[in-house]
Structure formats: structure tokens, C-alpha cells
Design a protein around this ligand. Sequence first.
Ligand code: GLC
Length: 474
Amino acid sequence: MKVLFASAECAPFFKTGGLGDVAGALPKALKEKGVEISVVLPFFTAMPQHYQEASEEVTHFYIKMGIHQQYCGIRKLELDQVVYYFIENPDYFDRENLYSYEDDGERFAFFSLAIIEMLTKMNIQPDFIHCNDHHTAIIPFLLKEKYQNQAFCQELRTILTIHNIEFQGKYPQKMLPEIFDLPLAEFEQSAVLDQTDLNFLKAGILYADRVTTVSPTYAEEIQTPEFGCGLDVVLQQEQGKLSGILNGIDYELNDPATDSLIPAHFTTDDLAGKAMNKQALQEKMGLPVQADIPLIGVVSRLTHQKGFPLVLEAFEKLLKHPVQIVILGTGDPALEEQFKALATAYPEKVSTKILFDLSLAQLIYAGSDLFLMPSKFEPCGLSQLIAMRYGTIPLVHATGGLKDTVLPFQPETGSGTGFSFIEYTPEALISMVNTALSSYQTANDWQTIIQNAMAEDFSWSASSEAYVQLYKQC
Ligand code: GLC
């Protein structure tokens, strides 16, 4: 089984979020299952210099995009036994950031064309192209509408994984003739157009052989107007090929027994190191060092999706409890300012760092007692999985992957791995925190929850098996 995994970002080269983590970890896990996998990425010069230098140019050619011929270099790098191909074009990918440029549509149209052209030029013949999010979602459409007469396309199957349906890649329809060389008239009635825009993600949903998203609950949710961002009807139509497969996390990188980024190691049998991490975290964040005060951690993009407007509404009430709250993240400038102001107003209780800092993030996962993730919607979420692995109990909104991975604690039976709230209101959030804090005060319960959370298996092993089965059925 040969799979080409196409993504716009991939750890450890470059990433802005969860897609990069998944693209970094899933291919390795698939390799272990015997899948012959390679990954194709843009040659973003935002990646560390040593990776750029370690990659070698294997070939180059030109791609016709409307009236222009665009240079396309292919570079190759092997890392941890996975082959990575990089599509090089300095005009498109030698930029400071990965996204948010005016010509993003053209950049990812080029990337998608280049992936297909690379197959013929290099005589690579995968059985599947596994596309991810809107950046590469146009590939299934191109294979069936532009390259359909070419021999290599006949057996080629496509999978599209949606990591977040909010981002769809909508570009003026003139892209069809001007970049893809396809007659606009033929597509005027086609569902790939949203009014006058070509919608990459919608095209992917319509044309891919299978569509997945990153949790079973999100697969249901995106078929409703509330979560579908305008694609709910199309997803209902295509529901026969839609499924949800939970993400995993990298269990080697995220291991409290060996993590080189945290000051003290620990295991389920000996949690002494966790208490030392808590102390280190309190010191680092400038909070009073106190072992018995519940410490709530947040590592997140500070955005609307992640639920922070709700947290702000609930904040004063949350602070009535003896708690400490540490917040690490960047995002919406207005939210950043508000959380900074709260830290100034309550220096004994709140500490905010507006940063992207991998080691501090790891210390928060390891040293907090509770981990707050009140996302309005959450396709899967990876942070709650990391938190549980470090015995830090998630406090979540029961949506998407959060609902699928955090099981509410039941004091009567001692089952459960965290706490959740259903209605998306500040009152429900506060009531969940109250419940969690009273369990925190009951030493036995708290030990049980920690053991339960740490005993869960969110490694890629199970999830990658689900992808293998999907490829087999496709
Ligand atoms: C997106 C989603 C997140 C998911 C990640 C990886 O970032 O917002 O929920 O975990 O993609 O699939």
C-alpha cells in the first residue's frame, strides 16, 4: 500500500497548529503499520536552516499556470525513515509566514498542481493521495477534471481529511480558466462553485473517494448548520463516504517519564515529580508557591474558537475560588490584552504569557492540576490528550473531539478522566469548575481521576490502524 500524504505544514519543519502535529506524527505511525508512505510539503523557507540544507534537489520542471510557466523544484529529505518531498518555488514559498497572503489561492493551486505533476515527472505511483484541509483539497477535483485521461490517474484513489471546516479556501472562479486551464462554462452549474467562488474544500468533499475528519463527533456535527460553515448540506449528501477518526499524539515526545523539557519526571506509580513540576511552574509564572492550591493551565491559541470570550465572562466568578490560573498563548490581540489585564489585576492568582514557548507549554501540561479547554467547537484537539498523559485533568466543553476523548468523572463508580459542560454558557462553565474543584478536595477521587487519565491510550497506534482499514476499503 503506497500513500502520498499531502500537507501544507508538518512538524518538525514548520507548523502553525494541529495539522502540523498530525502530519508530523501520523505518517510515522503508518510506516510502522507497513504502509509505504511519503509526505509532500511546500519548501517553506520558514523551516530551520539545517533541514533546508539537509534536503537535496532531485529534479525540477515547469508547470503551466494559465499563460505563465512556473518553476517547480523537487527536494527530498529522509528523516526517521520517512521520505519527505518538498515543492520548491521561491516566489510562492520563500516568505516570512506560511499563510495569510493575498495570493494564497494561487500558491496552493500551484502546490496542488505540482504534487500531481511530480507523480508523472518522477514516475512515482502511489495507490492513494491523502489530502489534508483546503490547501490540498483541490487535488481530487483536478485528478478527475484535468488529468482524467492520464494513465497514472486510473487507479489512484484520494482521501481528504478535514482538520477544521472553518477554513475552506474560497477563491474567485476565474482561477478555473486562468490557473487550471479549465473552461469556466463547464463548471458554471457545478457544486464546486459557491456563488462566484471556487471552494477548494467543497471540491475535495465532492471529488475525494473518502472524506474523514478528526473525531467521530465532529463528523456528525459538521453535517449540521451550526457547525458545517455552509458545507453541512454537501456533507449530508456525501455522508456515505464520511467518517471520523480520532487523532493521536506522539507518545515518545509527550512522555512524563522521559520528557527533556520538564524539570522532574514522573509516572503513574510515582507522582512526586508532578508536584515538583507544579512548584517550578508557580515559580516561573511568578505565582505564590503553594502545593495545595488547584492550578489550572491553559495552552492555546487565544481565539474565539477556543472559547476564550466565554472564559472572560466567567472569570470573576472563577476567581472566587482559591485557584491559580496560568495562560500561555497568542492570538486575537483583544483577547491577549484582556488576559494580560487580568494578570495585572490579580497577580496572586493569574499569570499570562503571550508567547509561543514549547518548553513552557510542556511545563504547564506537566505541572498543572487541571487543564482548561472550553472550545466553542473542536474538531479533535490535541492539548487535552497531552494533558491527560501528564495526569493533568481536562476541563472541556463537550464538543467534537473533546467530547470523544474526555469522559466525565463519576464519583459513584470512580470512572472518568475529566470534567465537561454541555450548554455553551458561562454558568455551565462555572458549574463544571465547581464540580471539578470539589473532586480536587477529595483526595481519593483526585488520585483516581489522575490514574484514569494517565491510563488512557491516545497514541497514534490505534488511530493509524483506522486509517489503514480505511485505505483497504477504499
Ligand atoms: C485543527 C483543529 C484541531 C485538531 C487539529 C489536528 O487544528 O482545530 O481540533 O486537533 O486540527 O487535526
